[in-house]
Design a protein around this ligand. Sequence first.
Ligand SMILES: [Fe+2]
Length: 306
Amino acid sequence: MTFQVTPLNAIGADVAGFDIREPLDGDQQRELRDLWYRYGLLRFRGQDITPERQIAFSRIFGPLKMHPLKVQTSAEYPELFVLESGTDNDRHMLAYYDGKAVVGRLDWHMDLHYTGRPNHGAVLTAVEVPGEDGLTGFGDLAKAWDALDEATRAQLAKLEVAYCFSMQRRHMRYVNLKGYEPGPAMAKKPADLGYPDFADAVYPAVIKHPVSGCQVLQIVEQFLDRVITPQKFGLSNDESIELLERLVAHTRRPEFHYFHEWQPGDMVLWDNWRLMHCATGTPPGVRRVIHRTTIKGDRVLGRTLD
Ligand SMILES: [Fe+2]
């Protein structure tokens, strides 16, 4: 085959010998899909990316989804979700961490996890890169599951966890709130940004990946709220909270992570049914533009408490 695949330090792989301008035959497309499932994350560098090429590349991995939050989609290409900072809009994404102003920082999450039907995956491409800031982090929850001890795995096999969508970071129960202050223009409720409100979503604490069959720990800190009826499984409420704290700390271990520092020509594809991701953010006024295309989640992995 034509691609040179090099595993990255902890998770994911770099793919060289790939040129987004060249058409791919069926075998090459199949190989890319296999690599995607094997590594969870593929990194491509030095690509001559256009919206049309990104959209065509993304379709190799499944039908694309238009984001339900119409606020940030591109008018010309409805498949493209534009992540932009360094504009007047910064004030809505501005918060303080230990007194430092940061725009667009995001905790570990999976896209659309709060709906019970997360996206299958996504492709990010660099349009304008901000130097050393604005990293995107990825965390492999299949590796995190594999690294758990037997007793914890046996316990988790019986449990379900609930996620509560919230606009306010300080209402999230398992993110690190130390030194955090919201900015003055942060949204207070979903309707402030034209978002719908979402019912709680409930997931088994471990999920079998619908395609690859690998076991994926379903613990992501953003919106994580509680274990469902812990007493039924021999856990007091306090013990269930301590369990979630321990699991969130486990997912934060660097051996499950890759932090992508953006360069022009970069493209990253990840499996959103397996990897969580986060954003480190940028100082106010720093330009950063990333284009995202989204591979539709055609399976319901969680249930909603409507
Ligand atoms: Fe995201």
